[in-house]
Design a binder for this molecule. Structure first.
Ligand code: ADP
Length: 606
């Protein structure tokens, strides 16, 4: 029951597992591929955001550094515009005062680390300068075209970025009006060199750009980007820039940018085309305005490292996904194999179970049949024995009558002898009587043994003794019919068998032979034997009528007899046949050419 239930379960699981396998594998593959693609975008986006955060921090640092550098010098022009040496120079313009002013400005520059400091009159001509001794001295030069002058002369402190017209260095100019008698009489300017700031921030794996209000890069940690514009500049504005000589003779070009992608949160992705115009580099851009200076600072971080990390991560993820797929496939294949194996095992178990049941029934039936056969056989043997006893009763009676008559005669004689006091003769008679009773007891004992049911116990039997025992039962008959019995068997030969059953077979055969020779002139029975490695054969032949061909076919059938009613039951040979089988042997019959029948009893020899 259990096996069949499990079997049914496994039968239903088999197709289900195939369907599951067919559906599950593509779904898992699609999920993994989808996961990889989504993972690519998610990881990429996350990495860009992380880089953006990092960039913002760097930018903050850079901007505060830049602000700090500017702030350090911002107060200077105002401070020195009040200096009496400069005011005197502006008032009198004599060489001695100019010289004093020059030295003063030089000391200011040395003390503050500024690039240059100079004093201009109301026309924009330089009266005194810190670099008065140098070849590119500003003294005598006119900078009225510079916006920092035009604004300051109007009374407004100004700051301005430009290339130095003589030094061609990028400088940041702080200007302040110089008042004489409450009027703007000149302008004092402090210039700082931005190239130093730039140098301090190069070679850091990322790039800083500082653009002016027109989007022109005037400060960059990547030299080739300097004087390029990030935004388009109108022709009119270009003319103005040229006129201001802010960037000297540098031609302002548009920085070649493509694929600008806004990532939000002030982050942009830029594709920059390098000098050769072939290779495109991708940068993450983050920008911040420096309102006071009118600048915008940009930080550009190369995304190559992100892509490399991404490719590495995706390769690892791909391997992991492939491993997962492989494991799932192995699991499914293994599961299907296991189910198939389970199914065949259950099928086999079911068959074995069924066959065992059948065999058990067969064994049960066979045992019953054997028991029935044994019972029948035992009944038949007993019936045949009783029948045999009946047949032998005449002989037995005769055999017992003779000693009885003799005992009666001896008793009568003994009585007379005792009356006559012939004690010795009486004793001799009593001894004769004792001998006769012993003889009779022997006959009765043999008959009892013959009629007793076999116990089925086997013992070592002397074949000669067994034959002699059987023959002795027919002594009266043999004597009466003048039958010659030749017993030619080695007394040493023994066989392990049931002695009672062997005796019964021999008695049956002797009885038949004696009957078959009744009408014959020569009456002889030969009992001998032959031996082989595997068995012993007891041969019993007579000089009787022999057995006709018709009779010999059915001779071992039960109730087959040729004898008249009351003389034979037809059971003797059929019982012999079964007894020999039960003893593990067999019985055979043949006619002798000289006349008579010969029976052979084969017994297994051990
Ligand atoms: P029953 O002796 O009661 O007839 P058996 O089975 O012993 O039954 O014998 C069957 C028949 O076999 C006999 O009726 C007889 O015809 C034949 N038969 C048996 N032994 C001999 C023999 N030694 N010679 C000739 N015929 C025999």
């Amino acid at each position: 029951m259990q096996a069949s239930a499990a079997n049914k379960k496994s039968m239903s699981e088999q197709p289900t597992s195939r369907i599951t396998q067919l559906i599950l594998l593509p779904i898992v593959t699609a999920i993994l591929i989808g996961g990889l693609v989504l993972g690519f975008y998610a990881i990429n986006h996350q990495a860009l955001l992380e880089l953006g955060d990092e960039s913002k921090n760097r930018l903050t640092l850079f901007v505060s550094n830049l602000n700090g550098s500017l702030a350090r010098h911002e107060y200077l022009p105002r401070l020195i515009s009040l200096n009496s040496k400069l005011l005197n120079t502006l008032s009198y313009r004599d060489p001695v005062r100019v010289n004093v002013a020059n030295q003063f400005l030089q000391s200011v520059v040395t003390a503050t680390g500024a690039s240059d400091a100079y004093l201009m009159d109301a026309d924009g001509s330089t009266l005194a300068a810190s670099n008065w001794q140098k070849a590119h001295s500003f003294v005598g030069k006119n900078f009225s075209f510079r916006p920092y002058f035009t604004m300051a002369i109007k009374g407004q402190p100004a700051r301005y970025f430009a290339l130095g017209t003589t030094s061609l260095q990028r400088g940041y100019y702080f200007s302040h009006p110089v008042n004489l008698h409450n009027e703007v009489a000149g302008v004092v300017v402090v210039k700082i060199n931005l190239a130093e700031i730039e140098a301090a921030w190069t070679d850091r794996g990322y790039h800083f750009l500082v653009t002016d209000e027109d989007g022109i890069i005037f400060l960059s940690t990547k030299p080739e980007w300097t004087y390029k514009s990030l935004a388009e500049i109108s022709p009119q504005r270009t003319l103005e820039i040229v006129k201001s000589r802010r960037y000297s003779d540098h031609k302002i070009e548009h920085l070649r940018v493509r694929n600008i992608t806004a990532l939000g949160n002030n982050l942009r992705l830029l594709g920059l085309i390098d000098k050769t115009g072939n290779t495109e580099s991708e940068y993450l851009q983050v920008s911040r305005e420096m309102k006071q200076a009118g600048w915008t600072v940009h930080l550009l971080s190369d995304t190559t490292s992100i892509h490399e990390t991404l490719i590495l991560r995706l390769t690892l993820a791909g391997f992991a996904a492939l491993s997962v797929l492989l494991l799932i496939s192995l699991y499914l294949v293994n599961r299907q194999r296991r189910l198939a194996l389970q199914q065949s095992t259950l099928l086999l178990e079911k068959r074995v179970h069924k066959r065992t049941e059948e065999l058990r029934n067969e064994i049960e039936e066979r045992k019953k049949a054997e028991q029935t056969l044994r019972d029948t056989q035992s009944e038949l043997i007993q019936a045949a024995k009783l029948a045999g006893l009946g047949q032998m009763s005449a002989g037995i009676s005769h055999e017992l009558n003779q000693p009885l008559t003799a005992i009666r005669n001896y008793s009568q004689n003994t009585q007379h002898m005792l009356e006559r006091q012939q004690i010795e003769a009486a004793c001799s008679n009593l001894i004769e009587i004792e001998t006769l009773t012993k003889y009779m007891a022997g006959i009765i004992s043999q008959l009892r043994g013959f009629s007793r049911k076999s116990t089925g116990e086997q013992s070592l039997v002397s074949i000669k003794q067994s034959a002699e025992q059987a023959i002795s039962l027919f002594r009266a008959e043999v004597d009466k019919s003048k039958i010659q019995i030749n017993l030619d068997i080695d007394p040493e030969i023994t066989v392990t068998t049931d002695p009672l059953l062997l005796n019964q077979v021999l008695v049956n055969l002797l009885s038949n032979s004696i009957q078959a020779m009744q009408q014959c002139d020569t009456r002889r029975i030969d009992v001998n034997m032959k031996q082989s490695d595997s068995d012993i054969c007891i041969r019993l032949s007579d000089t009787g009528t022999g057995i006709s061909d018709k009779v010999i076919e059915n001779i071992f059938d039960p109730f087959f007899t040729t004898k008249e009613v009351g003389l034979g039951l037809g059971l003797g040979l059929s019982i012999c046949y079964r007894i020999m089988q039960s003893l593990g042997g067999r019985i055979g019959v043949a006619n002798i050419t000289s006349g008579g029948a010969c029976f052979e009893l084969y017994l297994p020899y051990e």
